[in-house]
Design a protein around this ligand. Structure first.
Ligand code: PEP
Ligand code: MG
Length: 325
């Protein structure tokens, strides 16, 4: 079944009944931007900046990072570009940081926890980002936020560096949105409280599923528990989207689930605003969304959220929600 997807490159990301969404790309390197643009991405929903720090002997300095962020923003030409601050730890290690081995790296000293502790390193990244902000439509988000204090502390450092840069004579954008990943169940559950303070959310389902089911995302022996359609995961996602919308904030998803064709009709019905994925999945997703009508799908949300198992959810979607062409 060879389908010609190139026709979707220049089409808008709109459902069959006229609801617009954003279909964005995930990137790890500057060069990945070209692939997103070539595949017609509406923006960058996740720039995993840890790759700037990997495979080298020391931390990248401010100038080096600034050059990369600037190049990415310029290539995106004012399209929304969400950059995630350093998410190291867990499965990604930086030998030169000489971090102590941990019993449970995924529950340990990583991401925002490490950045709030090693502030010089974090401030360098924030400064590079803020300086680059004048070259495009930059949005910054923090990974692995579990508590409001963490979000507040990270945002305070950002605002402090923004002021420092202004005092030093730099021009910086005054409209950088500051958001957060929702990938820890505690954050998903109190999304209403975060929504008062964050400009946007991006749901990281790769981690959210792992932490909700307590199933290591790298462990083959428990992969049967890694269930994107588990009712608990779906209810958390609904809670996050509803809380954000009540506060006038937008919600994206940058975990693998955003490009999953079974999940997409559910996510559209739940009101997800932005779907961010591997560039190679963008056109296929746009093709799917343009064929789905959101309002009829919304009538199924209540039923879906009452289903007991992931298998029931998948069967329901296949029976009722999938458009085949
Ligand atoms: C996620 O957790 O869903 C996510 C997008 O981040 P990463 O895969 O980099 O942990
Ligand atoms: Mg993650």
């Amino acid at each position: 079944e060879q389908r010609d997807l190139t026709q979707y490159r220049s089409l808008q990301s709109v459902s069959a009944d006229g609801y617009a969404v954003e279909i964005a790309g995930n990137i790890s390197k500057q060069e990945d931007v070209d692939t997103v643009v070539k595949n017609g991405g509406d923006g960058i929903g996740l720039f995993r900046t840890e790759f700037l720090y990997m495979n080298r002997q020391e931390l990248p300095n401010e100038e080096e990072q600034f050059a990369v962020y600037r190049a990415v923003l310029e290539k995106m030409q004012d399209k929304p570009t969400v950059v995630r601050t350093l998410d190291i730890g867990g499965d990604k290690n930086l030998p030169y940081l000489k971090l102590a081995p941990e019993m449970n790296p995924f529950l340990g000293y990583r991401a925002i926890r490490l950045c709030l502790d090693q502030q010089e390193m974090f401030r360098t990244q924030l400064r590079a980002l803020i300086r680059a902000s004048v070259y495009g439509n930059l949005k910054i988000m923090f990974p692995m936020i579990a508590t409001l204090e963490e979000f507040r502390a990270a945002k305070a450092l950002l605002l402090e560096e923004q002021q420092n840069l202004k005092n030093e004579g730099y021009t910086v954008s005054e409209k950088i949105e500051v958001g957060m990943m929702i990938e820890i169940p505690s954050a998903a559950i109190i999304a209403d409280l975060f929504a008062k303070e964050a400009d946007f959310f991006s749901i990281g389902t790769n981690d959210l599923i792992q932490y909700t089911l307590a199933a290591d995302r790298m462990n083959e022996n428990v992969s049967y528990l890694y269930q994107p359609y588990h009712p608990a995961v779906l209810r958390l996602i609904k809670n996050v989207i509803d809380a954000a919308h009540r506060h006038g904030k937008w919600v994206g998803m940058c975990g693998e689930m955003a490009g999953d064709e079974i999940a997409i009709p559910i996510l559209l019905a739940l009101g997800l605003d932005e779907f961010s994925m591997n560039a190679s999945a963008i056109l296929k997703t746009r093709a799917q969304i343009t064929k789905l009508a959101k309002e009829p799908l919304m009538k199924h949300v209540e039923d879906i959220l009452m289903l007991a198992t992931a298998a029931d959810v998948e069967q329901y979607v296949r029976n009722h929600l999938v458009v085949s062409d």
